[in-house]
Design a protein around this ligand. Structure first.
Ligand code: IPE
Ligand code: IPE
Ligand code: MG
Length: 267
């Protein structure tokens, strides 16, 4: 599918700078800045959350169009329970309403939706709609949308550690069998390749307990734009920036004309 022109504020056509062959297949996003966006406008913080939903829909569409396959978004962290009860309640109701209104279209678009996190503290009516949305879209294979709710990276790691400890204690596995691969296979994101790119909006330069294991080698892009103002243009800027990175994974940049024998260190 051709991308069509995407013109930024300086009148550049961003679609020309994008390499469609190098679009990350899995992008993780910390959708941050909803509250500040609303406060700046003299509105209650909840307006920012509501507006943020439209942005997620736009970014989901853009991701699909670009050929990305998985989007993992942070919607509610294990630490967000410390917010005023009114805001927490608003968010829980918003998740339910959005799912109710959007699930049909999500399904028609052949998107599989998955919720990642500990769902136990949520009200039954939300758990029910989460479960029916997951079953409805289970066999969709165009795109995967992971929504992280009541998610914490540390909690996820501790949960796996506990599970493996129990299996070791019962003799089901040997301690020597515990390795990265086994650990990975027990994470909530099992079966999904790690994100190549993490985007955080609103200028904050921290991970805030998001996907601690999975982000080990992700490229990080911080956008100063608050999530409710984020859009396809800003998203494309992040991907173009990602495409300019040299991912070394602890190795060294491969130089095409230099062999080990030619290097200054050989005798
Ligand atoms: C992100 O926006 C959404 C959630 C955490 C639910 P915030 O609500 O954190 O907005 P700021 O960071 O306070 O502006
Ligand atoms: C991270 O944002 C969580 C979500 C976006 C859901 P926060 O706003 O909660 O993170 P901190 O408090 O700035 O670290
Ligand atoms: Mg925030």
């Amino acid at each position: 599918m051709s991308l069509g022109k995407i013109i930024d504020e300086k009148n550049n056509d961003l679609s020309k700078r994008l390499d469609m062959q190098k679009v990350p297949q899995h992008i993780a996003i910390i959708m941050d800045g909803n509250g500040r966006w609303a406060t700046k406008k003299g509105l209650p913080r909840t307006y920012g959350h509501k507006r943020g939903v439209n942005v997620l829909k736009e970014i989901l569409k853009a991701s699909k169009k670009l050929g990305c396959k998985v989007l993992t978004v942070y919607a509610f962290s294990t630490e967000n329970w410390t917010r005023p009860i009114k805001e927490v309640d608003f968010l829980i109701n918003l998740f339910r309403e959005v799912l109710r209104n959007e699930i049909e279209e999500i399904n028609e678009e052949s998107i599989k939706i998955k919720f990642i996190g500990d769902l136990t503290p949520f009200p039954e009516n939300l758990k029910k709609i989460i479960s029916s949305s997951e079953s409805l879209t289970r066999n969709n294979n165009e795109f995967l949308l992971n929504v992280c709710v009541n998610y914490g990276g540390r909690q996820e790691i501790v949960k796996v550690a506990k599970e493996l400890a129990i299996k070791t204690f019962s003799g089901e596995i040997k301690p020597s069998e515990v390795n990265e691969e086994l650990f990975n296979s027990k994470l909530l994101t099992r079966g999904i390749k790690d994100p190549e790119l993490l985007i955080r909006t609103s200028g904050e330069k921290r991970i805030s307990n998001f996907l601690l294991w999975q982000l080990a080698y992700s490229e990080i892009y911080i956008s100063d734009v608050l999530w409710p103002d984020f859009n396809e243009i800003e998203f494309l800027k992040a991907i173009i920036d990602y495409q300019s990175r040299n991912r070394r994974f602890g190795g060294i940049e491969s130089l095409p004309n230099e062999s080990l024998e030619d290097s200054q260190y050989s005798s």
